[in-house]
Structures are given as C-alpha cells and as structure tokens.
Ligand binder design. Structure first.
Ligand code: COA
Length: 256
C-alpha cells in the first residue's frame, strides 16, 4: 500500500483519502493499484457498506502527467493499474460517495460520474482537459458525461478543458450539493452513514438497475484503444514536453 492513499474503516464506511498534496494528489500507477485493491477488497468484505472518496485538500490533479509521458515512450511494460481501478469502480456494487475540495482534474472529475452521491466544497473546480493533452476522455466519460450534462456542455468541457466551478457542476447535475469547506467532510461522513444504515442488498440492486457495468466496460475498451493510440502521437509528445517545460503547448504545426 502506498503512503499516498490512506484508508480507514468505521461504522460500515470505508473512507479513502488521496494524500499526495505536494503534487496536488496527482495519481500514480501505484496509487491506482492501491485504489483498485481497496474497491475490490470492499466487494468481498460485508462490513464495508459504503465507500467514501476524498482528497487531502485538493481532490486530485488527475493522472500523473510524468507517467503519461513514460507510457507514451513505451517505458511501462505492464498493464496500467488505472485500467484495473476504472473497471473496479464501474463494477462496484457498494454505494460510493465523493467529497471534493479544490481541483478535480481529468480522472478526478470522470471518476465522479461513477460515484453515487457527490458533495462539492465551495472551492471545487472540475475539469477534463484530455484534448489539451492531445488525449481522449476515459472512464466511460465519453458516454456518461453527455448523458449527465448534455452534449453541448460535455463537448465544451472535453474540447476546451476549462474548469467549471462547484455551483455550475451542481446546476448541471454532476453533484448533489455544494457545501462550505468547513462542513464538507462532516456532512459527507454523515451522508455515508445514512447510506450505511439503509438495506445494503436493496442499494446494490438499485445501483445495478441504474448502471450497467458491461456497458461501461465496453465504452472503456473503445476509449482505451483511442487513448493508447493518441499517446503515441506527436501531439501528445508536444503536450507532455510542454508540461515538463512549464510552457504552453503549440499544436498548430502538427497535423492529425
Ligand atoms: N501530474 C504530475 N504532477 C502534477 C500534476 C499532474 N497531473 N498536477 C500538478 N502536478 C505537480 C506540479 O508539477 C507541481 O510540482 P512541483 O512543485 O514539483 O513543480 C505541483 O504538483 C503543484 O502544481 P502547480 O501546477 O504548481 O499548482 P497550481 O495550483 O498552480 O495548479 C493545477 C494546479 C492542477 C491546475 C495544475 O497543476 C495542472 O494543470 N496540473 C496538470 C493537470 C492535468 O493535466 N492532469 C491530467 C488530466 S488528464
């Protein structure tokens, strides 16, 4: 277990905290592996009735961009743990609550589409800048995001990568509530507690009726094929180099 993912279990709630604050909780392969282990473990552990995801300050700046660059260079030989994480998330039968403060970038936002209840702190900023990194959306968000917020808004979020604030995300139906940051985690724990006291079998049956893991897995497979291909492009090389060099990328001289 990596030090960057902390977990604690109490009163049927397994709280999972992303804790790599100096890198805005950017997710490494090891962190994805730890998250997948927790979600898969919860599935086998009847004492876990609800999962609660939160960040230490910011939620997460998304996938570690340095690791994207390593993937693009073919330096990673094994199957990325992000795939296992996303599939376990999509297949989880447990109610999942997310409490989000600060930045939720990339997978930080798309994983919210797999959470059953989302509470946002007033300072939350959600963005999906996959195209700005010359990539495509993942986590079945190419299906779930337009379903949730409509094509026009979803396309704009993906294509331009601008962040939306908490009130906008709430108005668009990505979140259940916006809360003052002082009360966010207390309210999230209280909400998770209410879910933990509901009949677990009924909750998981409702979830299965409302979302099909097989449909989500099929969408993720299509996205994964595109994502893998995009990683190898000159556009992606330019995006990752620009991030490392702390400059804006210039895609204008590159053709598709
Ligand atoms: N991968 C790797 N490192 C990241 C990261 C990421 N996704 N996001 C932030 N970091 C690192 C920064 O490089 C910086 O490291 P340093 O202190 O060693 O230089 C540190 O985290 C703090 O980030 P910084 O950019 O200084 O904070 P900020 O408050 O000015 O901006 C963000 C925060 C999230 C807007 C900005 O960091 C960002 O855009 N990150 C990239 C997000 C992204 O593209 N994710 C992938 C989505 S598909």
């Amino acid at each position: 277990m990596t030090e960057y993912v902390k977990t604690a279990k109490e009163a049927g709630i397994q709280t999972v905290t992303l804790a790599r604050p100096d890198k805005k909780n950017a997710l490494t392969n090891e962190m994805y592996g730890a998250l997948a282990d927790i979600i898969e473990g919860a599935e086998e552990d009847s004492s876990v009735r609800v999962l609660l995801f939160r960040g230490d300050a910011d939620f997460t700046a998304g996938n570690d961009v340095g690791e994207f660059a390593a993937l693009a260079k073919g330096q990673v030989k094994s199957e990325p743990q992000s795939t296992r994480f996303l599939h376990s998330l999509a297949r989880s039968s447990r109610p999942i609550v997310a409490a989000v403060r600060g930045r939720a970038v990339g997978v930080g936002t798309t994983m919210l589409l797999h959470c059953d209840m989302v509470l946002l702190g007033e300072d939350a900023l959600l963005s999906t800048p996959f195209v700005s990194l010359a990539l495509v959306p993942e986590a079945a968000s190419s299906l779930l995001m337009p379903l949730r917020i409509g094509y026009a808004r979803a396309y704009e979020m993906f294509a331009l990568g601008d962040a939306i604030d908490a009130r906008t995300a709430h108005a668009w139906g990505i979140a259940n509530k916006v809360l003052p940051i002082e009360t966010l985690y207390v309210e999230a724990t209280s909400l998770a507690g209410r879910l933990a006291r509901q009949p677990a079998g009924s909750l998981s049956a409702v979830k299965r009726l409302m979302r099909s893991p097989d449909v989500l897995a099929a969408q993720m497979a299509m996205e994964g094929a595109q994502f893998g291909a995009r990683l190898q492009t000159a556009e992606a090389r330019e995006a990752f180099t620009a991030f490392a060099e702390r400059r804006a990328p210039d895609f204008t001289k590159l053709n598709s």
